[in-house]
Design a protein around this ligand. Structure first.
Ligand SMILES: Cc1cc2nc3c(=O)[nH]c(=O)nc-3n(C[C@H](O)[C@H](O)[C@H](O)COP(=O)(O)O)c2cc1C
Length: 224
């Protein structure tokens, strides 16, 4: 009986989303879990790269980056990054500017289903650039990955220590994105300098969340 109710609810949910006109849930392509690009090479080549060509990246590349950031590696919840007490206080958002086959807008990554949920069709690039103190790396990117923390998910267990743990987790995610970016021959940089209070207010995220790290990603700009 419960199964039938769940099936009906899922069916209704999917249909409501589709009938609203804009596709709200986007299934991402399956990420590659094996490649010929070695970890050692990624570590050797990893660099903060702040210049992007302005060209789009592919949906496959976006999928790979999000999986490396916070993707599931073992059911029910184990991920590509460690998390203190498996609390996973982070939500990954993507401000999509130029991705082939995907509308620009603000999306939430859903690790469990490896999906994107469209949160807003608004383009927040200018606001992110301004909040990021007009840093050049926040121009010409194809996407910006934003790590957002819900401290309530972890403070109940770890109290004051939870803040330290959450920032450590953001570091793990960031390094994964750096390494994955190298293996995809893309460019990224970790951005910690931005007006957090204003960005939290501007972006369509829940009040209780804080954006704690940004990573613009784009195709490398080759300087001739
Ligand atoms: C916590 C943190 C915050 C950072 N914030 C910025 C930033 O706001 N803007 C920027 O251009 N680089 C930023 N960086 C990147 C550093 O400048 C960069 O890692 C450093 O210059 C060393 O270069 P490499 O990453 O190429 O080895 C940040 C790095 C870290 C770890």
């Amino acid at each position: 009986m419960l199964k039938v109710i769940i099936l009906i609810l899922t069916y209704l949910l999917v249909n409501i989303r589709i009938s609203s006109g804009v596709e709200k849930i986007i299934m991402l392509p399956e990420p590659q879990r094996i490649s010929n690009f070695s970890l050692e090479e990624a570590l050797q080549k990893r660099r903060s790269r702040r210049n992007y060509s302005g060209e789009p990246i592919s949906l496959e590349q976006l999928s790979q980056l999000l999986w490396s950031a916070y993707g599931i590696t073992k059911v029910p919840f184990y991920k590509t990054v460690p998390s203190a007490g498996a609390c996973y206080p982070m939500t990954i958002y993507v401000s999509v500017v130029k991705v082939k086959g995907l509308k620009s807008g603000f999306y939430q990554y859903i690790p469990k289903e490896h999906q994107l949920e469209l949160i807003s069709t608004d383009n927040f690039t200018d606001q992110i650039y301004t909040c990021g103190y007009n840093q050049g790396c926040l121009r010409n990117q194809a996407i910006t990955i934003l790590m957002s923390a819900d401290f309530d998910k972890i403070t109940t267990r770890y109290g004051k220590r939870a803040y330290r743990y959450t920032y450590m987790e953001a570091g793990h995610i960031s390094q994964n994105i750096y390494l994955q970016t190298e293996s995809l021959d893309l460019a990224t940089v970790a951005v910690g300098a931005y007006d957090e209070e204003t960005l939290n207010k501007i972006l369509p995220i829940p009040n209780k969340e804080d954006i704690i790290y940004l990573m613009p990603v784009g195709k490398k700009r080759t300087i001739k």
